[in-house]
Design a protein around this ligand. Sequence first.
Ligand code: AP5
Ligand code: MG
Length: 213
Amino acid sequence: MNIILLGPPGAGKGTQAKILVDGRGMVQLSTGDMLRAAKSSGTDMGNKVAAVMEAGQLVTDEIVIGLIAEKLDGEASGGFIFDGFPRTLAQADALGALLVSKGASLDHVIEMQVDDQALVDRITSRSTCGSCGEGYNDISKPIPANGICSKCNGSDFQRRSDDNEDSLKNRLMAYYKETSPLIGYYYAKEVLTSVDGLADIDEVESSISSALG
Ligand code: AP5
Ligand code: MG
């Protein structure tokens, strides 16, 4: 089963993708994570996209489609979770064509609905374990009081450099201008389910689980 998690910055795409990876053996393909990895390893492409990401704007379709095309050659017996991809209609068309070329299908698109103020609150309180990538949040999932990651015992917690007010405004604008048309696109393809992303993490998990069957 191949699915897309669709939603604005801070909707909980990464959080729910990790739950699906652990629970269903799916493979998470997050273009944001791939681009950040390229940035921190200093590849040509990483250096090229750094300023665009910092500003909260979209990286070119060509780059992200290339990243996804490479990953689709890998094994994923539980299926792929597309997290943060596609983000434009051109990316959506490209993903459709790539899946057809592999004899695969797109089974579900889960739209995670969250209001804008909640997004701002979540993003400004988010941190991640620098060792294993486990996500934390000052409000909903604080770092344990002993300062040790509950998943890997790491103690280096990081905040994303694009999690600031100016970048966030641009990220939200990019979502409404470029990405939100995908809601109608996938509705028309009869694969869309919308879930309340404002609910607690485990309630969102169970809504997604019901949608996936
Ligand atoms: P990307 O990394 O995809 O960022 P994003 O879309 O802005 O989304 P986030 O990762 O910030 O949020 P999320 O939905 O994963 O939420 P999370 O689970 O962390 O992209 C970054 C940049 O890369 C883009 O701006 C762009 O420049 C570039 N890029 C990436 N893909 C691209 C593409 N396809 N095309 C072009 N450019 C691209 O949750 C947020 C916080 O809330 C966490 O702290 C979490 O613990 C908490 N939380 C989660 N769920 C809940 C809940 N139910 N209740 C309470 N708190 C919750
Ligand atoms: Mg994410």
